[in-house]
Each structure stands twice: as structure tokens, then as C-alpha cells.
Design a binder for this molecule. Structure first.
Ligand code: NG6
Ligand code: CA
Length: 509
């Protein structure tokens, strides 16, 4: 080919690239990576040591915006996921606490949801990973051997590849679309939570069969040598191996990106790492020096790396918004003797914050959050106050969806796209934190009403934030919530008490 023709072709290709980048710049692909129980301090860019354990997350932080005051709605999984998916604070609705694996779907399939908003804006939507929002709607128990619905497909996902609840809860199988993957019809699955199946071993009766002992709970069905919450029988061919869970979800996430690359697409990639049971693939064992919890962080980072590689290889990096965050703060001993406590060393999973999973202290909901979109977001650090409840309105705005109207059920979701993109350094004026009961943030102030619960959880050793006296903290001067200034600032205490009561009373913010 002669040189001038070749140059002309190259120019044309470059021009097409520019045009398509311009045209799609308004509607980037969105990859939302939701880690489980990953603490603020569990990523290299927020202080995890030794450096280098999370190269892919650190790459994202280098190339994107690292948020230091971003929050899940709650200190546990189900309510946080509910808030993320519906744009409504979970405490507005009964029954949004941690769900068993046979719970009904708690999202109103007729209401507003994150995937629905994006789907209506022309996105192809896919979910891979942990669900924990319930499945099915009927009066009786779910038939795990038939069509399992409503579930992800009914709330707005085109594709779903999930585990029903958590890896420490039965059923220990994957659900693709509306069916259990690899189920042999001649070996049907039965699931229940109220009593064991006769003749089957349990963690309680047969600890000698376990490859990892429980520290609390997790003594019911034994699947893959691990004690679980709940009982199950049958479905042998469909049972997962815990070592392969991360790879399986990652493969599904990568496949979704590849088949949706014509775009725009929305991927909800909800990894099971670093939740218990922590059973990373052998290639990660020993990599962190902190036992399985640290190794699960390394495995999570590798899953993120696979997604980033897929974006790179398919020319999608520039115009894809990648958000990485977590559903709640960290916990070290969450029910298995997995050396997490013994091998923690001086690592601080919640970083500079107090408390962790389950807590009303900042460690409960203040989670890592990185947003990277090379075409639009300038790398850096943002101190904006950000809540996951706002993703419905914010990503909807990004996708070009119409603003949420009065009929929307995403009653707490506000468009904070300028904060997400780094244009607004302030973000939300206030937000509610849920750790059992509620606390409220406004700017630098944090108010925790008097509450009589335990101060420290007996099982997990997490400081829960309960105190018979009201607590007020100035997080700018005291991020670790160590000096209660309630007595010095009765004016602020009073304002925040009113703000919390008003927010609770209003069905719409
Ligand atoms: C608790 C479990 C804990 C974990 C948590 C849910 C026991 C004793 N503890 O009840 O191990 O599964 O629920 O975690 O069973 S979450 O991240 O999904 O909210
Ligand atoms: Ca969680």
C-alpha cells in the first residue's frame, strides 16, 4: 500500500475513533465493583502495608479519584445493597436486615432500581456476584429446582450470575438467569433454615469433618468441608468449591464486558471477597502474610485486575467509568477460625476510623471508593461526602436518563454527579449512617444518639458505637471519634438531632 493511502486510512480511523469517543463520552460504560467487607484501610492507596499487595486498586487510584468520605448506607450487606439498588435508605423499610439464603426478594420489582434506570437509558445491564437481596415472591418456600424468580432479571438486569446470599449461607450454588447452574434433576436441592436434614452431618455435631472451624455460628450444613448458616441437601453436582468462587464471578464479569462491548453497558460486579469464609484460590495463599483475610484482599485485587485488563484489551478503558467500593466496613473475626486475628499484625482494616462492620462509628460505613473515567475524571483525592444511596440518581444522570420524578421510589437518591466527577469537592450536605440504629453526619459533624446496646460485640470484637450518652464528634479534628464534644456543643447536637428526626420522618429528602 502506498504511504499516502496508508496515512489517509490511518487518519480516517483516528477520526472515527474521535467521533465515536465524542459520541459515547456522554454515555460511558459503567463498571461498578462492589467488594464485601473491604475496609477503608484494606487498600494500598489508603495505607495497606506492605505496599504492593493491591497493585490494581492502586492503579485505579492513580488514574482516578480516591474518595476519603464515601459511605455505604449501612454497616452490613443486605441493607447497603438495598440502598444502592433502590436509592432509598433501607431503614425506611422493615425486613431489610441481613437475610438468610432462602429469603424472598426485598426489592419492589415495580419500583425504581439502579439497573432499571440504566436499562431505560439504553444500557445493557449485567450482575455477577453476591446478591443477598432475596429471591422469589411466593407464599411458600422457593423451588430451587425450578424457575427462581423474581430476582436480578426482574429488577432490571439483562443478565445475572449470582450466589443467593453469602458464601457462609446455603444454598452453596450459583444461579444463572433463573436457574441453578449445573443442577442434576435427579438430585434435587432442598434448603431450609429451621432444622437439619436427618442423616446429614452438621458443623455442630461433626466438627471433625470441617477443614476450617467456626469461631461463632456457622455450625449447620457442611458443604465443601465448611460449616454454613442454614441447611441444605442434594444438588451435589451444582455445589461450588470455595476456592473457585472468585474466579467464577470474575470470569462471568469479564464475559459480560466482552459480549456487551458495543456499549453502553452497566456491570454490577459484586465480589464475595473479603467476606467469610475466606478461602482464596491456592495461587493467593500466603501472598499477604496476613492469613486468609489478607490473601482474600489480594484475590479481590486480582479480580479487579482481570476487569481492568479486559477493558484495556478491548479498547474500553478511556470511556468506561469504573467505581470500586465496598458494602460495609471491615471485620476481622466474623465467625471462622481463619487466623485473621492472629495474623493481623499492626494492619488497621478501617484505616484511621473507629469501629468496623456492624458499627455506627465511621468504620461501619466509611468505605474505600475510587472512581476512574480517563475521558472525564481528573485523577486526585476527593473529600466530598458521598453516599451509595445517590448512585441511582447520579449514574442515571450520567447515563442521560430523565431526572427522577415524584413517582420514583428512589426517595433518598440525589444527583451528585459533580461530586463523582470531581467537580464538586463538598458532595452531600448530610447523610445517615446505619449500624443497628442510626447516626447522622452533616459536614464534619457526626451525631450518634444515646443507645443502650453493647459497646463492643462479644463475637466480632467490633466497637459498635453504642453509648448511653449522646455522642458528638468533630471528624475534621478527630477522625477517630475519640473525643465526645456533646457537652461543649449543645447547639450542634440539637441541630443534628432535629436533622435526623426530620430525615426519618420525611419519606422524601
Ligand atoms: C452474621 C454472620 C456473619 C456474616 C454476617 C453477614 C454469624 C454468627 N455471623 O450473622 O458471619 O455472615 O451475618 O455479613 O452467623 S454481610 O456482610 O453479608 O452483612
Ligand atoms: Ca458485607
Amino acid at each position: 500500500m502506498n504511504r499516502s493511502i496508508r496515512l489517509a486510512i490511518m487518519r480516517l480511523v483516528a477520526l472515527c475513533g474521535l467521533v465515536s469517543a465524542e459520541a459515547s463520552a456522554a454515555a460511558p460504560n459503567i463498571v461498578f465493583i462492589y467488594a464485601d467487607d473491604l475496609g477503608f484501610g484494606d487498600v494500598g492507596c489508603n495505607g495497606l502495608k506492605p505496599p504492593g499487595l493491591t497493585p490494581n486498586l492502586d492503579r485505579l487510584a492513580r488514574e482516578g479519584l480516591n474518595f476519603t468520605d464515601a459511605h455505604a448506607t449501612s454497616g452490613t450487606c443486605t441493607p447497603s445493597r438495598y440502598g444502592l439498588m433502590t436509592g432509598a435508605y433501607p431503614w425506611r423499610k422493615q425486613g431489610t436486615g441481613i437475610l438468610p439464603g432462602d429469603a424472598k426478594l426485598i426489592i419492589d420489582a415495580k419500583g425504581t432500581t439502579l439497573p432499571k434506570v440504566l436499562k431505560q437509558a439504553g444500557y445493557r445491564t449485567g450482575a455477577s456476584g453476591k446478591w443477598h437481596l432475596g429471591l422469589g415472591a411466593g407464599a411458600g418456600p422457593i423451588d430451587w429446582n425450578g424457575e427462581i424468580k423474581p430476582g436480578p432479571l426482574e429488577v432490571g438486569f439483562d443478565d445475572g450470575f449470582i450466589m443467593a446470599a453469602t458464601a457462609d449461607r446455603v444454598p452453596c450454588v450459583f444461579v444463572k438467569g433463573r436457574r441453578i447452574v449445573g443442577l442434576d434433576p435427579s438430585d434435587p436441592i432442598e434448603v431450609r433454615y429451621d432444622r437439619p436434614f436427618e442423616g446429614l452431618p452438621t458443623g455442630k455435631a461433626n466438627p471433625e469433618l470441617l477443614r476450617m472451624q467456626a469461631s461463632h455460628g456457622h455450625d449447620m450444613a457442611i458443604v465443601d468441608g465448611i460449616g454454613r448458616i442454614g441447611y441444605m441437601k442434594g444438588g451435589k453436582a451444582a455445589l461450588w468449591h470455595d476456592e473457585d468462587v472468585a474466579d467464577t464471578f470474575t470470569r462471568e464479569a469479564v464475559d459480560f464486558i466482552k459480549r456487551s462491548k458495543a456499549g453502553p453497558f452497566f456491570l454490577y460486579f459484586a465480589t464475595h471477597d473479603v467476606h467469610v469464609p475466606r478461602v482464596p484460590h491456592p495461587r493467593f495463599v500466603g501472598k499477604s502474610g496476613m492469613g486468609p483475610r489478607g490473601d482474600a484482599i489480594v484475590e479481590f485485587d486480582a479480580s479487579v485486575g482481570e476487569v481492568l485488563k479486559t477493558l484495556d484489551e478491548n479498547g474500553l478503558t478511556e470511556n468506561t467509568l469504573v467505581v470500586v467500593t465496598s458494602d460495609n466496613g471491615p471485620v476481622v473475626d466474623d465467625g471462622y477460625k481463619d487466623d485473621a486475628v492472629e495474623k493481623l499484625g499492626d494492619h488497621k482494616p478501617a484505616g484511621p476510623f473507629r469501629g468496623g462492620k456492624y458499627s455506627k462509628f465511621e468504620g461501619g460505613t466509611r468505605v474505600p471508593m475510587i472512581a476512574r473515567w480517563p475521558a472525564r475524571i481528573k485523577p486526585g483525592v476527593s473529600k466530598a461526602l458521598f453516599s451509595q444511596v445517590d448512585f441511582v440518581a447520579t449514574l442515571g444522570a450520567l447515563a442521560g436518563a430523565p431526572a427522577l420524578g415524584p413517582e420514583s421510589t428512589a426517595v433518598d437518591s440525589r444527583n451528585h454527579l459533580p461530586a463523582l466527577l470531581g467537580d464538586d469537592p463538598v458532595g452531600r450536605e448530610s447523610l445517615i449512617e446505619q449500624g443497628g440504629t442510626l447516626a447522622v453526619r452533616r459536614g464534619k459533624w457526626k451525631f450518634i444518639p444515646a443507645s443502650n446496646g453493647r459497646k463492643v460485640s462479644v463475637n466480632t470484637n467490633v466497637e459498635l458505637g453504642n453509648d448511653p450518652a449522646p455522642q458528638l464528634y468533630d471528624l475534621e479534628a478527630d477522625p477517630g471519634e475519640t473525643r465526645n464534644v456533646a457537652a461543649d456543643r449543645p447547639d450542634v447536637l440539637d441541630q443534628l438531632r432535629k436533622l435526623l428526626a426530620e430525615t426519618q420522618a420525611r419519606s422524601k429528602q
